[in-house]
Design a protein around this ligand. Structure first.
Ligand code: ADP
Ligand code: 5GP
Length: 225
């Protein structure tokens, strides 16, 4: 049987929460009608401004588990206490139109999906620095200080696993970062940063995390009280 994923056109785009993945991917989807972000299933509560069936399919735990046990998910993972996953039918829906698919999945999700998607490319978006990441999470204003701190700690674990990605993009200047993502996904060009250079970037951010984490944790605890 033909493996429908065994062709180019499927891209995983991951980033530590707050790096700018949604900003970059949404712009790409808006400007290029043949690029679609796969709509995941999640058990997370809908945030204000989010539309069911557009941003996610918001489902309860039982529905999510049913889809998983009946083998309808390409991958799924628990992220920050909620379940998120990609259904096989969603990828089929998009690839049948000959559109490119972006999987906005976390690092665990890509680890599961990678062996099932031999033709896919994976891009890891990185913040310019850990302090910038902290400030963006603060600026976005969607989380309590405690949740923000959890996301920040999770960013360290994601960056530590970043070596499994093909290309790396630093989202410092939004225009430049967008141009790099567009070049890879729309124009099929190799990314500017890959291999050892990408791994060195991840190592630098991990060092920074070590140096800044104590003070930021204290800041989060102080704000919470
Ligand atoms: P993610 O989807 O990775 O969690 P978002 O796209 O929601 O991140 O972006 C987090 C915050 O950072 C938002 O407030 C967004 O406007 C801001 N942001 C994104 N890219 C940049 C950038 N290059 N420079 C400064 N702020 C940015
Ligand atoms: P948010 O709650 O901010 O929308 O997303 C939280 C995290 O869940 C992000 O890191 C995002 O990449 C991840 N995520 C969203 N959809 C999926 C999915 O289908 N599978 C996996 N594994 N992760 C997902």
């Amino acid at each position: 049987m033909e493996n429908i994923f065994q062709r180019s056109g499927v891209f995983a785009v991951s980033a530590p929460s707050g790096t700018g993945k949604t900003t970059l991917n949404s712009r790409l989807e808006k400007l290029h009608p043949d690029v679609e972000i796969s709509i995941s299933l999640t058990t997370r509560k809908q945030r204000s401004g989010e539309i069911d069936g557009k941003h996610y399919h918001f489902v309860d735990n039982a529905t999510f588990q049913k889809n998983a046990t009946e083998g309808r998910m390409l991958e799924w993972a628990e992220v920050f206490g909620n379940l998120y996953g990609t259904s096989i039918s969603e990828i089929e829906r998009i690839t049948k139109k000959n559109h490119k698919v972006i999987l906005e999945i976390d690092v665990q999700g890509w680890m599961t999906a990678q062996p099932k998607l031999p033709g896919a490319l994976a891009v890891f978006i990185l913040p310019p620095s850990m302090i910038d990441l902290w400030n963006r999470l603060e600026k976005r204003g969607t989380d309590s200080p405690q949740v923000r701190w959890r996301r920040f700690k999770a960013a360290r674990d994601e960056i530590a696993a970043g070596r499994i990605y093909d290309f790396f993009i630093v989202n410092d200047d939004l225009e430049r970062a967008y141009g790099e993502l567009e070049a890879i996904i729309v124009h099929g060009e190799p990314g500017r940063i890959s291999g050892k250079a990408g791994h060195a970037l991840c190592d630098r951010l991990l060092n920074e995390f070590q140096q800044s984490s104590k003070i930021l944790e204290l800041k989060a605890i102080h704000e919470e009280t």
